[in-house]
Ligand binder design. Sequence first.
Ligand code: UD1
Length: 349
Amino acid sequence: MKILVTGGAGYIGSHTIIDILDNTDHEVVSIDNFLNSDPETFERIKAITGKQVRNYNIDLTSYSTLKNEFFLKEGHIDGIIHFAALKAVGESVTKPVMYYQNNLNGLINLLKCAQKFDVDSFIFSSSCTVYGNAEQQPVTELTPTQTPESPYGYTKLVGEKILSDLAKTKLDFQALSLRYFNPVGAHISGMNGELPKGRPNNLVPVVTQFASGWVDDLVVHGTDYETRDGTAIRDYIHVSDIAHAHVLALEYLNTKKAASNYDVFNLGSGNGVTVLEVLHAFEKVSSLKLDYQLGPRREGDVEMIYADNSKATSLLNWELQFGIEDAMSSAWKWQKFLNKAKSGDKVPL
Ligand code: UD1
């Protein structure tokens, strides 16, 4: 099959490309405009897999460019995995129009092209943010979604709705929304990982960059939650496990195992872990002591969320390979790789 991965240079997109190239015969082509990623990612993918991925530097919000410069040139595409989107929750509150424009217009243009060029399989990057502050934990796919706290969250909820509405009108179109919990860690080689532009927002890159002196402070946001140590609980899931779920999801669509032509899956580990437990896991695997500060809650954060992942494990045959310590040690290996690259030392690309 020929698979279009949008956001192929991004964090989850690049790990998914690596998994597809390592474990299937599919051809991969990427669209990424490097808004929040780096062209060098494709060099790293090549170093890991031995394969060069063709990337189109196209802004998905331009329908005519997408149609003329990608779909008309590439020929038939069998499936689309759509990662390309903005994901900083706080930034989405201050720049809502940019988030709606980028995340929703990008999705809509892709779907217009999917209809025009007969692409029947579509996998959408959604998020556990659609569950909001759910009362019952762990959350299953049947847990009701809630009004999102942020424009970012809305773009995921609306994205899911667009797909389910489209699936109702077009029975030969199959779509899945994959609700990611907190993807963390890096490729086992330590040669590919998360590298947001500017100061990271997400916990694990803040931790590894703080340990390397790239950021000045590490603040635990909130110590008065009703959890075992007062800090918020999340479901941290290794990015390579998330990536592999996409390969299984493609197979699931391709073998027409799905009972309906639209469905959602939770991609989480099933374990709730506190912020302090993440920091301690890092300290354990790195043998470093983190001089973190305790601070107030971060606006918009929920107290606790973790997944019931049994639907993905049973229907997609998803088996998790990694735990939180594997995630922290691979993230640290990746950070040390970046430190070497920054210092001008030769990195093993
Ligand atoms: C949120 C969304 C997730 C989305 C992601 C995109 C929820 C529940 N989760 O992740 O679905 O994909 O944004 O970015 O809505 N923390 C600190 N100090 C820091 C950074 C983070 O204490 O410097 C804490 C946060 O307060 C939170 C935890 O670490 O409790 C995880 O934060 P983060 O990595 O930013 O992810 P979420 O906000 O959970």
